[in-house]
Ligand binder design. Sequence first.
Ligand SMILES: C[S@@+](CC[C@H](N)C(=O)[O-])C[C@H]1O[C@@H](n2cnc3c(N)ncnc32)[C@H](O)[C@@H]1O
Length: 230
Amino acid sequence: MTNKRPEKIKKMFDELAPGYDFMNSMISFGVHKLIKKSGIKFLKLQKNAVAADLCCGTGDIAGLLAENKNVKKVFAVDFSDEMLKIARKRKNSSKIEFIKADCTDLPFENASFDVCTMFFGLRNLNDPQKAVSEINRVLKNGGQFLHLDIFKGIEPFNSIFDGFARLFAKLFSNNPESYKYLIASKNEFYSPQKLAQIIEKHGFKCSKMRKWAFGIISAQLFIKDCSQPE
Ligand SMILES: C[S@@+](CC[C@H](N)C(=O)[O-])C[C@H]1O[C@@H](n2cnc3c(N)ncnc32)[C@H](O)[C@@H]1O
């Protein structure tokens, strides 16, 4: 199993931060932006919605949320100083507040948010269920949790993706080791269906699921369901 000690993960993302957006575009052939936009459309954003984007990285998702006229405020959370430094420069919006925090211990009151998003984050956590529990705590009743990540897709496409990721990392990244981690963490992680079952045990109902790129990317929308015990 891949080592996901928070200090190790934080150091890795601090080092990756300067090349993160470039590498994302290379590895996904530019498609990651389209997928992020399609994913965000899963959300029903009511007027004056308050959102938290967790594991915000360089701020793409917080930026997309802030562009929506119904969204009043976005709190964008990450524990990497270097990612946050870049995010603050890239997404300079009065609607977004960037906060340094660990997603397994959120600095928010209970029932603060209408929406929580986490894109490409949960797979990197040592204790993903702790984060899901925190998300449940900070969401209002009926609030939405949108999760999107890479998963082990169907073969041979999964192995082809892994091959390209390894090659691009060798050619263009200053930290090819971290892309070995990316591949291992993807292939070891739960399937989208199994993950949805686990998240549902934390007081959510999965209301929508979609897969792209032969199952290598999947989004799941959950609704906080107060009839389910956390
Ligand atoms: C793969 S990046 C995803 C960034 C962004 N969501 C996106 O879609 O481009 C994962 C991010 O999660 C952050 N992260 C990982 N574990 C975390 C934790 N326990 N608490 C807060 N942030 C964490 C990393 O610092 C990194 O910025």
